[in-house]
Design a protein around this ligand. Structure first.
Ligand code: NAD
Ligand code: TDX
Length: 358
């Protein structure tokens, strides 16, 4: 039975990954979820699995070196799937320090924990793998409408967030080069789906729309992101963990570029399509809610991933069309408004008021 150490498993992608893996492998794997439960971590996402014997949650900060070492000494970990991070670009512009601590030093602690527990006299124990879940933002931005990020594109991070992720990637790469450490790096484009915290574009717009609040579009609204349904991403990570060639980087993208304004417009139209005629919220939902606001500092123009290598090497391709994925996502939020209400109380409300000056 393989044991997975999933870091950041209470966050958006991490919790989707744990649910995906338990659905796929049932009792034949064990999952240890290590999460500090920052504002972005929510154990409610994992209600479905929390009572299982093959799932365990540990409230641990990955910056705590001793705790991380002790986890590796206690459990025989086969796979590290490293999601834990500070993940929001706007927050990194306001407060970069926590991004360096968690994203860089936290990653170093995990690398050291895995290395010391996997090392043997002549290499590493068999079938061990560390997957660093990174981002396309480490490549910087595409200034035109036609080119793509490849694994060979030079790293050129622009925000404190992407600089911290690029630093972590370079540490992983250095462990591969120096110590032949068994790792892969995945770099994916913008994810969307259930359980995403409403500081990110899609859930923020859904939440605001349903509460007849303004829809704040940064700058011109013409910036482009390449959207990937979260389950497709989870599948890619599983495939990389199992079959990724040691030391390789894999880009994971949705072949699905959209301008931000297209996304916001589509959300309004889909809300109107999905809400029943008698729903009182319909009255307030319209394109008039769209409000252009001050641009993000250093706002990257366009991200677009070429996922050719992961297709050629591992046979992975995105399976969910955007039309299908956005409907699944919006249906989930409509069915889980109580989830949204609970997490938008408290800290998030303070952040929102400061960010959008309400
Ligand atoms: P998220 O912010 O929703 O979740 C992050 C999780 O990490 C939370 O549960 C939080 O409590 C936990 N965490 C934060 N600091 C920690 C610490 N010091 N110790 C232990 N746990 C800590 O993030 P997400 O959107 O799920 O992203 C997961 C990973 O995927 C990140 O590494 C991110 O860089 C990467 N990524 C995300 C996207 C995206 O579109 N969301 C795209 C590309 C890459
Ligand atoms: O209120 C908003 N208005 C707006 O116009 C917000 C929150 C965002 N935007 C724009 C900025 C971006 O061009 O929407 C686009 C998407 O923004 P985010 O959801 O903040 O995502 P992004 O900055 O692209 O980063 C995401 O993808 C890469 C994740 O947050 C990262 O963790 C991941 O690495």
């Amino acid at each position: 039975m393989k044991t997975y150490l999933v870091t950041g498993g209470a966050g958006f992608i991490g919790s989707n990954f744990i649910l995906y893996m338990i659905k796929k492998y049932g009792d034949s794997i064990k999952i240890i979820n290590v999460d500090k439960l920052t504002y972005a971590g929510n154990l409610e996402n994992l209600k479905e699995v929390e009572h299982r014997d093959n799932y365990k949650f540990l409230k641990v900060d990955i910056c705590d070196k001793e705790e991380i070492l002790s986890i590796f000494n206690t459990y025989d970990i086969d796979r590290v799937i490293h999601f834990a991070a500070e993940s929001h670009v706007d927050r990194s512009i306001k407060n970069p320090e926590v991004f360096v601590n968690t994203n860089v030093l936290g990653t170093l602690n995990l690398l050291n924990g895995a290395k010391q527990s996997w090392e043997t006299e002549d290499g590493y124990k068999k079938d061990k793998k560390f997957v660093q879940v990174s981002t396309d933002e480490v490549y910087g931005e595409l200034e035109d409408e036609v080119s793509f990020f490849y694994e060979t594109t030079p790293l050129d991070p622009h925000s404190p967030y992407s600089a911290s992720k690029a630093s972590a990637d370079l540490l992983v790469k250095s462990y591969v080069n120096t110590f032949h450490f068994p790792a892969n790096i995945t770099r994916c484009s913008n994810n969307y789906g259930p359980y995403q915290f409403p500081e990110k574009l899609i859930p923020l717009m859904i939440n605001n729309g349903l509460n007849s609040k303004k829809l704040p579009v940064y700058g011109s609204g013409l910036n482009v992101r390449d959207w990937l349904y979260v389950d497709d991403h989870c599948k890619a990570i599983d495939m990389v963990a199992e079959a990724g060639h040691k030391g390789e980087v894999y880009n994971v993208g949705g072949h699905n570029e959209k301008k931000n304004i297209e996304i916001v417009t589509m959300i309004i139209d889909t809300l109107l399509e999905m809400l029943p005629e008698e729903d009182p919220r319909r009255k307030y939902i319209s394109h008039d809610l769209i409000t252009y606001v001050e641009d993000r500092k250093g706002h990257d123009f366009r991200y677009a991933i070429a996922p050719d290598k992961i297709k050629a090497d591992l046979g992975w391709e995105p399976e969910t069309s955007f039309a299908e994925g956005i409907k699944l996502t919006m249906a989930w939020y409509l069915d889980n408004m109580d989830w949204m209400e609970r997490i938008t109380k408290g800290d998030y409300q303070n952040y929102y008021n400061e960010m959008y000056r309400e």
